[in-house]
Design a protein around this ligand. Sequence first.
Ligand SMILES: *[C@@H]1O[C@H](CO)[C@@H](O)[C@H](O)[C@H]1NC(C)=O
Ligand SMILES: *[C@@H]1O[C@H](CO)[C@@H](O)[C@H](O)[C@H]1NC(C)=O
Ligand SMILES: *[C@@H]1O[C@H](CO)[C@@H](O)[C@H](O)[C@H]1NC(C)=O
Length: 227
Amino acid sequence: MGSQVTYVDLNISRESAIRVSSPQSLPQDVCQGPRWHQFALKLGCAGIILFTLAVIGLSASVIFLSQKLSIEKSTMDAQEKYRSTQERRNETTEITSPLKCPIHWHLLREKCLFLSHTFYSWKDSLADCYTKKSSLLLIQDVEELRLIQSLIKTGGILYWIGLNFTLSEKSWKWINGSFLYSDVLKIDGDDDENSCAYISNEKIFSEDCHSDNKWICQKELNPVSVS
Ligand SMILES: *[C@@H]1O[C@H](CO)[C@@H](O)[C@H](O)[C@H]1NC(C)=O
Ligand SMILES: *[C@@H]1O[C@H](CO)[C@@H](O)[C@H](O)[C@H]1NC(C)=O
Ligand SMILES: *[C@@H]1O[C@H](CO)[C@@H](O)[C@H](O)[C@H]1NC(C)=O
């Protein structure tokens, strides 16, 4: 019985001795432990570095994007401001300088027309329009002629226009130097030396340039200051 107990005791102490000494008696296990540790540590470190880099990259791109957005916003703001000032400028331009004809002048399309009340020769009529910073009437086409004739209204009144006959060139010529194309406007009367053109509310006539008649001056519609 006593020997048996001793045996068991021994057995236990042996086992415990083996157990205690087991880490030292197995060198592979000892090496494997730290190696795993190192690997885990390296992995952890790499993870932390990657995470840090990702955070830095993300925050950098966030900063970049927000800056870009703010630049775009400020550009848009500037454009908006520019556009609104342009609009305001247009409004003020319209207010301060409307397109107007001088007093006693009639607005017709883009022209201002002056119908005289007195009677002059063609040459004197021409000169009078020059003093009014205008020219004797030039007529573009039949449509414009009709509009001007509707302005004359009363029959029998004749107005000189800026068209005369040049003997040297044997043709009717506008005072701006262009020839009249007879298929555009028809002139009643002779084509003679000293022939000038005047208009009634119905027709265009040829007449002696020295006779006295009313006349029509024209000027382009320009901005006139309100003051
Ligand atoms: C302002 O006027 C200019 C020319 O005078 C024109 O080109 C522009 O379109 C106008 N802007 C607006 C908003 O009306
Ligand atoms: C001169 O005036 C006539 C009549 O309005 C027009 O047909 C012609 O084009 C003008 N010529 C020039 C050079 O402006
Ligand atoms: C016809 O008009 C021109 C100016 O266009 C002028 O030089 C010329 O003397 C005029 N002719 C007559 C006969 O008045």
